[in-house]
Design a protein around this ligand. Structure first.
Ligand SMILES: Cc1cc2nc3c(=O)[nH]c(=O)nc-3n(C[C@H](O)[C@H](O)[C@H](O)COP(=O)(O)O)c2cc1C
Length: 201
């Protein structure tokens, strides 16, 4: 499968085959790809909770307002972010670069995030968005399907995964084998409504 086909065939699956399991090696392989997704200043602020334990998946389904995907999917990935990644030994994000470059990045991180919780939250959402798409496309290449999900009770899910104080949850992605294909697409907007050349008008 090439990238174009993965993009075209990725759909938000509602019914997963509950008998399908992913091996620990497959989960590791998928997450090794996920952590190649881009982050601003390479701050790698995403944190991924990978859940294959059925009892935890069951609890997540309840937190997800009884949606079936978490309990029936093979793997639930809760995409979270560390809003303080910018100040946790940030030189390590550029450990392969010269010291001067490391210092530049650390200064830039401080300037952008020290005083703005909004910027820190935005950055988690951006990073997790890219990671989610990486996961969903890689899953297609592995012969698997997925569903991105934000329909859950935040506090309940936070409790289940023991979310640290300075972290936030962006979304979940369920990965597994589709039992049924997704319903036909809802209807994409026309290019003329969403794509503009050079300027809006
Ligand atoms: C941020 C986000 C949250 C979503 N939450 C849910 C959800 O809780 N349950 C669900 O079944 N689908 C969820 N979806 C899937 C969307 O409904 C789906 O992506 C959209 O209808 C387009 O369909 P497609 O992904 O098959 O092209 C979510 C998608 C996104 C991007």
């Amino acid at each position: 499968m090439d990238t174009f086909e993965a993009i075209r065939t990725r759909r938000a699956i509602k019914k997963f085959d509950s008998t399908h399991k992913m091996s620990p090696e497959d989960v590791k392989f998928l997450m090794e790809l996920a952590i190649l997704s881009p982050t601003s200043y390479n701050q790698q602020n995403w944190r991924f909770i990978t859940v294959t334990d059925q009892s935890v998946k069951d609890q997540i389904s309840v937190a997800a307002r009884n949606q079936a995907q978490p309990k029936d999917g093979s793997l639930v990935i809760v995409l979270c972010g560390d809003t303080n990644a910018w100040r946790k030994d940030p030189h390590r994000y550029w450990k392969s670069a010269p010291k001067k470059r490391q210092d530049q990045v650390v200064a830039a991180l401080k300037k952008k995030y020290a005083k703005s919780l909004e910027n820190r939250r935005d950055e988690v959402m951006k990073s997790c968005g890219f990671a989610a798409q990486t996961i969903m496309l890689a899953a297609r290449q592995m012969g698997l399907d997925s569903c991105p999900m934000r329909g859950f009770e935040y506090d309940e899910l936070a409790k289940i995964i023991k979310l640290p104080e300075d972290h936030i949850i962006a979304m979940m992605v369920v990965v597994g084998k589709a039992l049924e294909p997704a319903a036909p697409r809802g209807g994409q907007l026309g290019m003329d409504e969403v794509v503009f050349e050079n300027q809006f008008f």
